[in-house]
Each structure stands twice: as structure tokens, then as C-alpha cells.
Design a protein. Structure first.
Ligand SMILES: C[S@@+](CC[C@H](N)C(=O)[O-])C[C@H]1O[C@@H](n2cnc3c(N)ncnc32)[C@H](O)[C@@H]1O
Length: 261
């Protein structure tokens, strides 16, 4: 009897330790294979100003226009505050921007609010009806595929009716069918945050490599090893980072590529 109690308490302790250290254990099992860089290495606009010995603040040109939305909206797949600041700051120095995946239009709105007056922003997305035509390939993660439906519920966006809406061109189309040829070498900034299945991330990335201009920047969202819904994003980025200079931006789920070849 005592042996059984000891055995059960060991098992319970192991389970408890696992749950209490889930994040740390995941970090060991699912290693990041992409080199990490500090945001200050992405662009000089991100260099911080030393306010005091324990406080770093943004420089004048990295102060952005932003907003909050009510948590009652229950929007899924949003960027963190820090990621939103990075995307907004890069928009300040980008005249032509492309986004894969609009969802509620949070990032699109930030890009429009912070980009130069004459900037143009293209954002490609699906509505619910269009998701019926999305095909799951054998390699595609089941949860990422299911999420496409949950995230494609918008016909109107956070920027709809706003002053900056005139900068934005929403393309309702499956990015798999999107013809990138007329946009070759066009964009200063591309944000890849559309479908998170392997086939879609691969498609959107390959099109982005053609559409980015010299010195342009591509950012991918959701590089989170160990997160089930981000599995295909991680797998694709690990594969292409063997041949391309892709970096993971510290303290974010963003990966970064600069087209300076
Ligand atoms: C994670 S959400 C985008 C979040 C948004 N970028 C933001 O920062 O708020 C994913 C979006 O990708 C779109 N999407 C998924 N698969 C797509 C595809 N094959 N073609 C076009 N858009 C797609 C969905 O409709 C959804 O709007």
C-alpha cells in the first residue's frame, strides 16, 4: 500500500512540475533555430534614448499614433503592443506597404495612421464565404487550417470610415490565386500574417520575396516554436533561414528579412 502511495505521489509531483514549468520545458523541447537580433539592429529609428540609468525611451521619430480596442471585440491573432509599435514605426519610413491577412484591420489601421501622407497600403484577406474554397494540403497543420475560418469574419474593418482609409486598398482574394507579377520590386514593407498553414505561408513568402524592393523589409508574425497554431510558420521559417538571412526580433514573435542582396 505504502509503495502505491509513494508511486502515485511521485507521478503527481512530476505532473505538477510539468504544468508549473510548461513554458520553460517547451523552450527546451522546441528550440528557436533562427538567430535573434535586437530591434536597434533592424533600423536606426529604433535606437533608444537613455532617459536615466534604468530607463530607455523612444526617440522623437519613433513616437507613433496608436489606439486601443475593447477586449469585448474578442479579436484573435492580434500583435502585442511592442510588435504593433515596431510595425507602426517602420510604416513611418515606408511609402508602399503590403499586408497578408487583414482580420480586424488593427495593423492596417496603424500602418495607415503612421505612414507618410502619400503612402499606399495593400492588404489581402478573406471573408467567411471565401473560406469554403480554401484547400487543406497534406502538410498543412489542422489547427492553423481551422483558424482561417475563425479569423475571416470581417467585411468592415477598424479603419472603415476613418480619415486614413483612402490610403488603404483591401483585396478580398485567396492569396494563393493572387498575381504578384505587377507588384515586382514594389514594396518597402511587407507584413506576412495571413493563413498560418504551410502552403499559405510558403505562397505568401515566395510572393513577398518577389514584391519587396531593394532595402525593403519583410516581417512574419507568429514565430513561436511550440505553439500549435504557429507550427507551420515556424517550420517554414526554419527551412528558408538555411539559405536566407532571416532573424528573429528579440522579445517578439516577429521574424525579419532585409532585401539588401
Ligand atoms: C492572423 S489574422 C491577421 C491579423 C492582422 N494582420 C492583424 O495584425 O490584426 C489572419 C488573416 O489572414 C486571412 N487569410 C487567411 N488565409 C488567407 C488566404 N489564403 N488569402 C488571403 N487571406 C487569408 C484571414 O482572412 C485573416 O484576415
Amino acid at each position: 500500500m505504502i509503495k502505491i502511495i509513494i508511486f502515485l505521489s511521485i507521478i503527481l509531483n512530476i505532473i505538477l512540475i510539468f504544468f508549473l514549468n510548461k513554458k520553460k520545458i517547451k523552450k527546451i523541447i522546441y528550440k528557436k533555430k533562427i538567430k535573434e537580433i535586437d530591434i536597434s539592429k533592424v533600423h536606426e529609428i529604433f535606437e533608444f534614448e537613455k532617459i536615466s540609468s534604468n530607463l530607455l525611451g523612444p526617440k522623437e521619430n519613433a513616437i507613433i499614433k496608436s489606439f486601443c480596442i475593447s477586449p469585448d471585440n474578442k479579436v484573435i491573432g492580434m500583435t502585442s503592443d511592442y510588435e504593433a509599435w515596431i510595425l507602426s514605426t517602420l510604416s513611418k519610413i515606408s511609402n508602399k506597404i503590403f499586408e497578408f491577412g487583414t482580420c480586424s484591420g488593427k495593423t492596417t489601421f496603424l500602418m495607415a495612421l503612421n505612414s507618410p501622407e502619400e503612402a499606399k497600403i495593400y492588404t489581402i484577406t478573406l471573408n467567411l464565404e471565401m473560406t469554403n474554397d480554401i484547400k487543406k494540403n497534406n502538410l498543412d497543420n489542422r489547427i492553423s487550417f481551422r483558424n482561417i475560418k475563425n479569423e475571416s469574419t470581417y467585411e468592415k474593418f477598424l479603419f472603415s470610415g476613418s480619415e486614413v482609409e483612402k490610403k488603404i486598398n483591401v483585396i478580398f482574394e485567396n492569396s494563393i490565386n493572387f498575381n504578384e507579377n505587377k507588384y515586382q520590386n514594389s514594396f518597402d514593407l511587407i507584413f506576412i500574417d495571413g493563413g498560418h498553414t504551410y502552403s499559405i505561408v510558403k505562397n505568401d513568402s515566395e510572393k513577398s520575396f518577389k514584391m519587396i524592393n531593394k532595402n525593403g523589409i519583410i516581417l512574419w508574425h507568429d514565430y513561436v516554436p511550440g505553439k500549435e497554431s504557429a507550427k507551420d510558420v515556424v517550420k517554414y521559417l526554419h527551412t528558408i533561414s538555411k539559405g536566407k538571412k532571416i532573424y528573429h526580433i528579440k522579445n517578439t514573435s516577429l521574424c525579419y528579412y532585409k532585401n539588401n542582396e
